[in-house]
Design a protein around this ligand. Structure first.
Ligand SMILES: [Zn+2]
Length: 227
């Protein structure tokens, strides 16, 4: 039940998507995105299932490669099918257990609307006890870099307690890591890892807030052998 987070490394896309852009919705050359996706699948030696992400809370159970469903989380209990969530500042959240794995797209909207709880409910329906899950919150924009209007911080904190943060300048911010951690803990998940790399500060990662027109990296989970 391995996982990985991609970066710009080892890709073929040209600027401003430079590197391993996996997003086919950002204006990059389709051939370059296809080549990058092929590289990832070849490295994993299995097909990779993507989603058409809409900052929502829909979870899809994937059991065979299919055209990307409109969803913001995927789970599978089938070995040999990798699941990918694409991000550039939103948090890629990856769920592992011996019986099933999943990925979720948790930005401000998804976190506040409940994509984490929706994904955990899908594991519950598959018979996976939440205390058996290992959850990794991958690289995302840190609170220090995620300035928002104070009113928005208040609104998101009301719906995702613990998510209110401050920028390095002391202005209102959203702390995705803290908000998601709170949701996981409240649901009974105990094995939680939080990546410390910030997309907006790390040039090896794509950041929409930093660059605007840019690519997407991915959090990937699968049942089966290590890549
Ligand atoms: Zn940062």
């Amino acid at each position: 039940m391995p996982v990985l987070f991609t970066s710009r490394a080892d890709g073929v896309s040209a600027a401003p998507f430079g590197g391993l852009n996996l997003g086919d919705h950002v204006g990059d050359a389709p051939g370059a995105v296809a080549a990058n996706r092929h590289r990832l699948a070849a490295r994993l030696r299995m097909p990779v299932q993507y989603m058409r992400q809409v900052h929502g809370t829909r979870v899809v159970v994937a059991r065979a490669p299919a055209s990307p469903p409109q969803a913001d989380a995927l789970v599978t209990d089938v070995p040999g099918l990798a699941l990918a969530v694409m991000v550039a500042d939103c948090a890629p959240v990856v769920f592992e257990s011996p019986a099933a794995v999943g990925v979720a797209h948790a930005g401000r909207a998804g976190m506040a609307d409940g994509v984490i709880d929706a994904t955990l409910a899908a594991f519950d329906r598959l018979g996976v006890a939440l205390h058996r899950l290992t959850v990794t919150v991958g690289p995302c924009v840190c609170a220090g870099c995620y300035e928002v209007p104070a009113e928005l911080r208040r609104e998101v904190e009301r719906r995702a307690p613990g998510s209110a943060g401050s920028t390095r300048r002391g202005t209102a911010a959203i702390d995705l890591r803290a908000g998601i951690h709170h949701q996981l803990t409240a649901a009974g998940v105990t094995d939680i890892a939080i990546a410390t790399r910030c997309t907006a500060e790390d040039p090896e990662l794509y950041s929409y807030r930093r660059d605007g027109r840019t690519g997407r990296f991915a959090g990937v989970a699968w049942l089966g052998p290590d890549a």
